[in-house]
Design a protein around this ligand. Structure first.
Ligand code: UDP
Ligand code: MG
Length: 318
């Protein structure tokens, strides 16, 4: 039988993940073997993208590739960030693979959901999103910030699948479309939605990291949220226009009030109100400038067209 998911590639970005690689490789290999046995796929590979790790991540990947026929690797020359590392892996996979799954190295996203994704792909769905059922294993802080993030994203007009991160399957056709997007500020979960094709979701429980610690501290998450909004939405700019109109109306009222006071010969010192409005308007202007600056920053980055990453070494699928 001609299988749609003939060759499956699982792309795994890794930043200082020496503690998890062995376990992750074992689990994914076992999964591949059972999927091949069940005739869901014919061939599979894991592509580890070493995102400029400072620990033994790359030597471990090299060792694994020698002992395990599933393992391939890509070593980026510096820490390009999760989204860029993932992009590098997708670019690398698109030639070889019919379907590509992306998953984090810590397997917090249940790898068994890959089987369901492949089933959907084999039945004709082109993009399958992994969606978390709940986040009971995350800390309260992480859970509420993440939930706030999704809510904010959708209210700002960026179309993302609720509770879906970067655990998904894409068919070759959809992937080629995604990779044809020339932008530099990657926000993959939003960009994939722009591709279209047929979509579906599979649901899974998110687990705790089995080893190592999060490589996404609050500062990175915060930057990611800002990037997500400003890469996908011009709503903040519109909001500024709204603010502008609001302050203009206030200003007209203030002018009328000042003129009336003046002609009625009230001698109010006016110092307090003046000071407050100066500070207040100053703040509003700064805020507006900040948001505009955010977009100018994006334009600056896009215009430079710098490569997203540089490949230092590669172990190709054989
Ligand atoms: N990661 C990466 N580059 C970075 C930071 C993280 O490639 O600069 C990878 C990391 O190795 C992991 C994935 O991105 O495979 C998600 O990171 P992590 O599990 O630490 O994030 P969390 O699950 O805490 O959000
Ligand atoms: Mg994780």
């Amino acid at each position: 039988m001609e299988l749609r998911a003939n060759k499956l590639m699982v792309v795994v970005p890794c930043y200082n993940e020496e503690e998890v690689l062995m376990e992750t490789t074992q689990r994914l290999s076992a999964l591949f073997e059972s999927m091949i046995k069940e005739n869901k796929i014919n061939e599979a590979r894991i592509l580890y993208v070493d995102d400029g790790s400072k620990d033994k991540t790359w030597p471990i990947i090299e060792d694994l590739s020698r002992s395990n026929q599933f393992v391939c690797g890509l070593k980026l020359a510096h820490n390009a960030g999760h989204q860029n590392a993932l992009w590098a892996g997708l670019v690398e996979s698109v030639e070889w693979a019919d379907a590509v799954v992306s998953i984090d190295a810590d397997l917090q996203d249940d790898e068994n959901a890959i089987v369901l994704m492949v089933d959907k792909y084999n039945s004709g769905v082109e993009i399958v999103y992994g969606v978390r059922k709940e986040r009971a294993t995350d800390t309260v802080f992480k859970r509420s910030t993440a939930q706030g993030f999704y809510k904010m994203m959708s209210s700002m007009g960026a179309d993302v699948v609720y509770n879906h991160a970067d655990f998904r399957l894409m068919g070759k056709d959809a992937l080629k479309c995604l990779l044809s997007m020339p932008e530099r500020n990657l926000f993959l979960r939003g960009m994939v939605r722009l591709v279209g094709f047929s979509e579906d979701c599979v649901y899974y429980d998110r687990r705790e990291r089995f080893a190592g610690e999060s490589k996404y501290p609050l500062s990175k998450m915060f930057n990611f949220a800002i990037d997500g909004i400003t890469s996908f939405s011009v709503k903040p700019l519109r909001m500024i226009v709204g603010f502008g109109v609001f302050f203009l109306v206030l200003a007209v009222a203030a002018i009328v009030y000042a003129l009336v006071s003046h002609f009625n010969h009230y001698t109010i010192p006016g110092w307090t109100s003046l000071l407050i409005s100066v500070w207040f308007l100053g703040g509003a202007i700064l805020l507006a400038l900040g948001v505009v600056g955010e977009y100018i920053g994006k334009i600056y980055k896009e215009v430079k067209k710098r490569p997203l990453y540089f490949v230092e070494k590669r172990i190709r699928p054989v």
